[in-house]
Design a binder for this molecule. Structure first.
Ligand SMILES: NC(=O)c1ccc[n+]([C@@H]2O[C@H](COP(=O)([O-])OP(=O)(O)OC[C@H]3O[C@@H](n4cnc5c(N)ncnc54)[C@H](O)[C@@H]3O)[C@@H](O)[C@H]2O)c1
Length: 430
């Protein structure tokens, strides 16, 4: 899909949002045939022509939409690129509405928000970047060539099971297009980059059942001091990646690490998410994908709403408090704020190295049974559960060590499992 209009018959209805009364710029992009032809382009709002922007690729998806809202609340102007392959254009109205509501309440200036419906792999991306190039100035120290001061890249296919059935689609969208994207950004002098990675990059390191630290998966050999003060050395590489999806995340990280090693002017943060869950407190943003969800929270909501008869819980004999598996569930708004912190560090050139990976989790595990209990409480309904044996490749406990993000990004998750459950139920029951 190259370009797409806003009309989207299959998208869920938008609540009655009075966006049109708010001074937000929303442009559905029509790709120019020739990237030198400015007359056919929608220019950035003239009033903010010298402004800076953050390009958010995949910004209408679950994590992207929450992150765009947090960026707007922090005063960043945002340009979204999304092909709607796993999201709906109504999400754009909802972000606009929530940002405007926040700015009205706080008296802040409402930043600019633009949406370009296109595949990030299409030639139209180059046209778009051309529109945001800066004009040469008389000031020799002003070497910036683009008004885009940073990129957050969410766009990827994300289903583990689908990646096993359609590996080439996953390698193309998640890795093939990604290499071209980095070359294009380099060409336009854009070198601040935040990448959506995943705890899956730890492969079989997760089997040890102890909190995972970033040094457990590195792309160039590293030495570090462990918790006991001992000097350790980690060889690059990873074992036990179990799906094409996981391999795409690891490959993209490796590409970014090699790029940063070759050219230290890059400033790249790879954010390894643990288990993102929950929704915005307003009930207007949540996980609303076109794919059938395979994660725990969306499956529970399908059971609660009657779309699925029972919840299958795999494994009840793990060495955990109640025998069910432990995961590190992080509220999506905390995760979104983690991106804002990472972007600030990237833009200020404050990363400890040109490529730096960070775990984004809470550092605290919860069992699947605890999740079931908190969702039952939030919904005031019983969840029928069927206990099954362990699934091949599952691990008993997967929790983040969050020390690095705490000290280097000055970011910590704030929200509880109860917040995750209540916001999820608030979203699906509206
Ligand atoms: N949700 C999770 O549990 C989780 C966990 C770890 C990592 N991640 C990663 O975080 C990122 C975002 O995840 P999410 O849950 O928000 O997924 P999502 O599917 O909700 O969002 C991805 C967005 O990218 C868009 N997109 C996909 N391919 C595109 C393309 N070629 N061009 C333009 N837009 C495209 C989709 O339409 C969608 O809006 C992904 O890279 C995913 O792999 C997600």
């Amino acid at each position: 899909m190259d370009t797409q209009s806003f009309s989207d018959a299959s998208s869920p209805p938008s609540p009655s949002l009075s966006v049109s009364t708010l001074s937000v710029t929303a442009t559905a992009d029509t790709a120019p045939s020739d990237f030198g032809d400015d007359s056919s382009l929608t220019s950035p709002n003239a009033a903010v022509e010298d402004a800076s922007y953050i390009l958010v690729i995949g910004g209408l998806g679950y994590i992207g939409s929450h992150t765009v809202l947090e960026l707007l609340k922090e005063g960043y102007n945002v340009v979204i690129v999304d092909d709607l392959s796993n999201s709906f254009s109504t999400v754009f109205d909802r972000i606009n509405f929530l940002a405007a509501e926040h700015c009205q309440a706080t008296g802040q200036r409402l930043p600019s928000l633009k949406l370009h419906c296109m595949d990030y792999q299409s030639p139209s991306l180059r046209s778009l970047l051309w529109r945001y190039r800066t004009r040469p100035t008389a000031n020799p120290s002003d070497s910036r060539r683009s008004m885009i001061h940073g990129v957050i890249h969410f766009a990827a296919f994300k289903s583990v099971s689908e990646s096993i059935d359609r590996p080439l689609d996953y390698y193309q969208n998640n890795v093939g297009g990604f290499i071209d994207l980095l070359s294009t950004l380099k060409e336009f002098g854009i070198n601040g980059f935040v990448f959506s990675s995943s705890a899956t990059v730890y492969g079989s390191m997760a089997n040890r059942g102890i909190p995972l630290r970033e040094e457990d998966c590195v792309h160039h050999t590293e030495t570090y001091t462990d918790a006991s003060g001992a000097e350790r050395r980690t060889e690059n590489g990873v074992r036990g990646l179990t799906s094409p999806y996981g391999r795409t995340k690891w490959m993209c990280e490796a590409i970014l690490a090699d790029l940063a090693a070759s050219d230290p002017s890059w400033s790249i943060a790879a954010l390894r998410y643990f288990n993102p869950v929950g929704c915005h407190a307003s009930g207007l943003l949540g996980e609303d994908s076109r794919q059938t969800p395979t994660n725990l929270f969306p499956i529970i909501t399908r059971v609660l709403t009657g779309a699925k008869p029972t919840l299958d819980v795999f494994g009840t004999d793990w060495a955990t408090s109640d025998g069910t598996a432990v995961r590190d569930f992080i509220h999506v708004v905390d995760l979104a704020r983690g991106h804002v912190s990472a972007l600030a560090a990237v833009a200020a050139g404050k990363l400890a190295s040109p490529f730096r990976a960070f775990n984004l989790g809470t550092g605290q595990g919860h069992t699947v049974q605890e999740v079931v209990n908190s969702m039952q409480q939030a919904a005031e309904r019983t969840i029928p559960v069927r206990h099954e044996g362990r699934r091949a490749g599952d691990v008993g406990s997967c929790v983040a060590d969050v020390q690095r993000a705490t000290s280097e990004l000055e970011w910590q998750a704030q929200k509880s499992l109860r917040d995750c459950a209540e916001s999820t139920w608030n979203y699906v029951s509206r």
